[in-house]
Design a protein around this ligand. Structure first.
Ligand SMILES: O=C(O)CCC(=O)C(=O)O
Ligand SMILES: [Fe+2]
Length: 311
């Protein structure tokens, strides 16, 4: 949800965003199909037919807290909304399969093999912060929201960064990244060694302050692959709780005929393929502060980056 991934927004290192309407137009039309299954039964689909699907997978690491929730339906003003993961429920692994978009057709590497922390955030983001409602901190590039701009915190704060972060903080990030990577690999039936961390990877902090620049406009519908370019798998680790720490701010998959929401819960990890099959947006935060980390992966080694290092 970094502001730079949005319409008109531009990250210090990321490609330009694309407006929601355009992204919707680019999205291949597809019939609605929706299957729920747990990781343990993923292999029940015939191998060939499995290739025809890209999967939306949600996981809650047991050490981090629960997992996603069973679907329940209710009518919202704009149609049917399905809550995939209620804030209050601790869920087992759950996968939702959706038809594959055409985004990956030219990526031969997808066939077969690769078809597929709050204290740190608070401390780091306390160094800066956007004047508007959305701030990011990228431990890899050092990009930090400050006022209406971004600074490179490693250059801007120099050695003071060592008063804020410790090597243990970075080790924690690496451990979490690795665990998520392994979970994604398992869920999608690919080798973890054929996935590479890609940029941007960042902590986000959102509150209800009025947006001051397009970088603060985190709520636009978007496709991560369009906004960020190199993303093949997006993962989101939530660090605060919907309804307890903030209101609004739910994650919404915008599917034909229905929106499907994930209610952030501290420790909940949600991951999904980054193509047009997974158009999504984040609801505006109405009150409180929402924290999350976006950690994403590419199957293209050329787009891979190393883990963040405390410099
Ligand atoms: O924070 C979230 O729930 C989603 C963020 C998002 O869509 C993104 O980082 O591209
Ligand atoms: Fe996104």
């Amino acid at each position: 949800m970094a502001p730079q991934r949005r319409a008109g927004g531009r990250a210090p290192e990321a490609g330009g965003g694309v407006g929601g309407a355009e992204e919707r137009r680019r999205r291949p039309s597809r019939g609605f199909c929706f299957v729920l299954f747990s990781s343990g039964v993923k292999g029940t689909a015939p191998k060939d037919s499995r290739r025809k699907w890209l999967k939306v997978a949600f996981l809650l690491s047991s050490a981090m807290l629960g997992y996603l929730l069973s679907g329940s339906y209710f009518l919202s003003e704009d149609g049917v909304t399905e809550v995939l993961a209620h804030h209050g429920e601790s869920l087992p692994d759950r996968f939702i399969e959706i038809p594959c978009s055409e985004d990956y057709d030219s990526h031969k590497r997808f066939e077969g093999t690769c078809l597929l922390q709050l204290i740190i955030a608070e401390r780091g983001l306390s160094l800066g912060g956007s004047d508007g409602g959305a701030s990011i901190l990228d431990l890899h590039s050092g990009a930090l929201s400050l006022g209406k701009h971004f600074v490179n915190m490693y250059r801007y704060f120099g050695d003071k960064v060592h008063d804020i972060f410790t090597e243990e903080d970075f080790q924690l990030y690496r451990d979490v990244r690795q665990r998520i990577q392994q979970k994604i690999a398992l869920a999608f039936g690919i080798s973890s060694s054929s996935m590479y961390l890609t940029k941007p990877t960042f902590f986000s902090r959102i509150n209800s302050s009025e947006a001051k620049t397009t970088h603060d406009e985190y709520w636009h519908p978007h496709i991560d692959k369009v906004t960020y370019g190199s993303f093949d798998y997006t993962s989101l680790l939530y660090l605060s709780d919907y309804t307890e720490d903030f209101g609004g701010g739910r994650f919404v998959f915008m599917d034909e005929g229905a929106n499907r929401t994930v209610e952030p819960r501290a420790g909940r990890v949600s991951f999904f393929t980054s193509g047009s099959e997974n158009l999504h947006h984040v609801e505006k935060v109405q009150w409180g502060t929402r924290y999350a980390i976006t950690i994403s992966f590419t199957c293209n080694p050329d787009h891979g980056i190393g883990d963040p290092v405390l410099t």
